[in-house]
Write a protein that binds this ligand. Structure first.
Ligand SMILES: Cc1cc2nc3c(=O)[nH]c(=O)nc-3n(C[C@H](O)[C@H](O)[C@H](O)COP(=O)(O)O)c2cc1C
Length: 277
C-alpha cells in the first residue's frame, strides 16, 4: 500500500453517510479504496457497542478504518481488542477534522502541529504491524498554511501515505481547495493523495503531473457514486440503478436510518456541500 503503483481512486470518509452499503456501491463503481467515517478511539477503548458498530466490516469492500484521537493509551487499548476482518486494509488517522470542540482538545487538524505525538501514535500501529495512513488539512489557520506546518508533518512522520485535503481548518467549503500545495508535498518523497473539490478529468491530469498517487473524492461521490468509473474512463451505470443497489444493500446490512436519510437527500442531485461541512 505504501508504494501505490497505479493511480488510486478513494472514497472519502463522510460522517453519517459513507456506511458499509455506500462504500460497497462506490467500490463496485470504481473506487479502489474506501474509508469508514471518523470513529473516536477513546469511545472504542471504552468498549462502547454502538461505536464499535461504526467500524464493523460486513463484506470484502477494501476499507480503511479511520480513527480520531490523540491519547496513546486509547490507541493501545483499542488495538489490544481489535482483530481484522475481510476487506480491512489498514487504519487512517484523522488529522483534518476542523470542529472547534475537536481542535480545542488537540485532535483533528490540531494534530498537524503535534509532530512528536503523531510519530508516537503511528509507531503504535507499526508495533502491531498494521498499515497506517494520515488524512490531514493544511493546519488549523492561514498562518499554519503559510508556515507550511503540513510539510513538517509529512516530512517527519512515517505513515504509509498522506491524504492532503488542501484547506486549513478555519476554511469553509466556499473557498476552493488549493491544488498548488501538492507539488511541494510530493517533493518530500512521501506518497501523497489529493483531496478536496476533485470532480474532473483535467484535475486528475493535473494531479498526476504533480506526482500525486491518488485522488480521494467525497461529496461528488455522494451525488454520483459512479464518478470513479467516469474518471477512469469506464462506462457508468444510470443513477436509478445505483440507488436501487444502495437501498437493497443498506437493508441487507440493516444499517441505521440516518445513513440512508442523508444519502437519499443528495444522491442523484447537484451541489452537495457547497455550504455545509
Ligand atoms: C458532512 C461531511 C462529513 C465529513 N466527515 C468526515 C469524516 O468523518 N472524516 C474525515 O476525514 N473527513 C470528513 N469529511 C471531509 C471529507 O472527507 C473530505 O475531506 C471533504 O469533503 C473534501 O473532499 P470533497 O471535496 O471531495 O468532498 C466530511 C465532510 C463533510 C461535508
Amino acid at each position: 500500500m505504501a508504494c501505490m503503483e497505479k493511480f488510486t481512486y478513494m472514497l472519502a470518509p463522510i460522517e453519517d453517510m459513507t456506511s458499509n452499503a455506500f462504500r460497497a456501491v462506490c467500490h463496485k463503481h470504481g473506487a479502489d479504496l474506501t474509508f469508514t467515517e471518523l470513529t473516536r478511539v477513546e469511545s472504542l477503548a471504552r468498549k462502547n457497542k454502538s461505536t464499535w458498530s461504526r467500524i464493523e466490516l460486513k463484506d470484502s469492500t477494501p476499507t480503511i478504518i479511520q480513527l480520531l484521537g490523540a491519547k496513546e493509551f486509547s490507541f493501545k487499548k483499542f488495538l489490544s481488542m481489535f482483530s481484522p476482518s475481510k476487506g480491512f486494509k489498514g487504519f487512517n488517522l484523522n488529522f483534518g477534522c476542523p470542529s472547534p470542540q475537536v481542535v480545542r482538545i488537540g485532535q483533528g487538524c490540531a494534530m498537524v502541529r503535534r509532530i512528536s505525538k503523531a510519530k508516537k501514535i503511528v509507531q503504535i500501529f507499526r508495533d502491531y504491524g498494521y498499515p497506517v495512513s494520515i488524512k490531514m488539512r493544511l493546519g488549523i489557520t492561514r498562518i499554519d498554511k503559510e508556515n507550511k506546518s503540513y510539510l513538517n508533518l509529512i516530512n517527519a512522520v512515517n505513515a504509509d501515505f498522506f491524504i492532503v485535503h488542501a484547506r486549513y481548518g478555519n476554511q469553509s467549503y466556499d473557498e476552493p481547495a488549493d491544488f498548488s500545495v501538492y507539488e511541494e508535498c510530493v517533493k518530500t518523497g512521501k506518497t501523497v493523495i489529493a483531496n478536496g473539490d476533485i470532480t474532473t478529468n483535467s484535475q486528475i491530469e493535473y494531479l498526476k503531473k504533480a506526482g500525486v498517487k491518488g485522488a480521494m473524492i467525497g461529496r461528488a461521490a455522494v451525488l454520483n457514486p459512479s464518478i470513479f468509473s467516469m474518471l477512469k474512463g469506464e462506462s457508468s451505470a444510470p443513477i436509478n440503478s445505483i440507488i436501487k443497489e444502495y437501498l437493497s444493500l443498506s437493508d441487507l446490512y440493516n444499517e441505521p436510518f440516518r445513513y440512508r436519510k442523508n444519502i437519499m437527500k443528495w444522491i442523484g442531485k447537484e451541489g452537495f456541500g457547497k455550504t455545509e461541512g
